[in-house]
Ligand binder design. Sequence first.
Ligand SMILES: *Cc1c(COP(=O)(O)O)cnc(C)c1O
Length: 482
Amino acid sequence: MEDTSMDKPSYDKINGHDAEWTLQDPLKEDDPEMYELLIKERNRQKRGLELIASENFASKAVLQTLGSCLNNKYSEGYPGVRYYGGNEVIDDIERLCQKRALEVYDLDPEKWGVNVQPYSGSPANFAVYTGVVEPHGRIMGLDLPDGGHLTHGFFTEKKKISATSIFFESMPYKVNPESGLIDYEKLQDNAKLFKPKLIIAGVSCYSRHIDYATMRTIADENGSLLLADMAHISGLVAAKVIPSPFDHCDIVTTTTHKTLRGPRSGMIFYRKGVRKTLNNGKQVMYDLEEKINGAVFPGLQGGPHNHAIGAVAVALQQAKRPAFRTYCEQVISNAKTMSDELISRGYTIATGGTDNHLILLDLRPIGLDGNRAEKVLEAVSIACNKNTCPGDKSALKPGGLRLGAPALTSRKFINNHFVKVVEYIHRGIQLTQEIKAASGPTLKEFKNTLYNDPNFGDKIKVLREEVEEFAAQFPLPGETLP
Ligand SMILES: *Cc1c(COP(=O)(O)O)cnc(C)c1O
């Protein structure tokens, strides 16, 4: 009889051992336990109202690229100069991503370069500091309780919390506790004394435009570099619906998964070419390119996440389309509706409103705090974050909630839907008041009443079911599970 085993290798037995791995089974069959969890999470996302300002729903095309063979490839180095073979296609992908990144933000490739390898926003920022600030060099960023980000530096009396404050010296600037607006005058005074190497213009919870021109002036007065961290707003900048930081900054970092609606990743844009021409005609050149690229690799990272870089390229192409501008306009319009509706119900919004994708709801005037309201809203399937409000004394008792419109707008929520969303938020806050009145003074007692008191159990259930029924009508983008 003819032996066909050479033509058709059998994986049933290799050297007499079972070898049943086909690597081809769908997740559902390969790992039913994980599959169940994915379905659970997908359903949670579908029936909830997602108001976390940093979140979004990536498209199917983005998720397909993310879950592709690009995950398999090692490519340490940069296009054309890799430490591994087989990177012809990966080089094309990274170059395409870079090209689209510059195009989306209207940047001249003679004047700007971009590194698309940072694994996320935090590593992108740390790479910038590593590249352009010497160890224990000085950095100024907006204080965390005032709307800044941990990576801009954070420390308490007891402890340096952020690595930015451990390996560099950070000094915060703040918002005015009454107006909630960035106090540029105080920043100017303190920068004169502190002489930072780097000033950061960037926010995680701030609903107004940043005055990049003023920050440029302050940076120039002190010989500082100006970094814009546009992590939250990079989609809105791409869509040109808010001011761009590129006109005024030396370096711009961003995440790609917030308003930009891509995969979780990061990018660093840096100026290159002529920095200035001296009186004697001599040209001073930027030296950021080598410093920043060297800090990302080989300084801090190893192999680039090519699946993420490919997916960023897809998101950037989407961001160039008119539909993305429509999306971003609607994000801002929805955030304004949320603000207006809350104000008309008697609530206080920090800074009095919003120019972007988020609002900061100040609960202190109604005797509540963010901790309690966040827990109740979570129990009724409304996701948002507690956040400190301007003038808050303690980060342990944040006075408000950060509410963002990007995610629900990706689910095609428009203004009248957000009117409904505000009604649900309002009912959740009323419940918070009731529960607070019925429980002891501590947060622990509050949670005990919230989760265990049957009187409130029913009320929570009624509201949650209404919220979920409403939310589930809106399709979830990017569905990839069978
Ligand atoms: C979200 C955010 C980051 C960090 O991004 P990760 O991807 O979570 O590391 C950095 N800076 C700002 C301003 C952010 O809002």
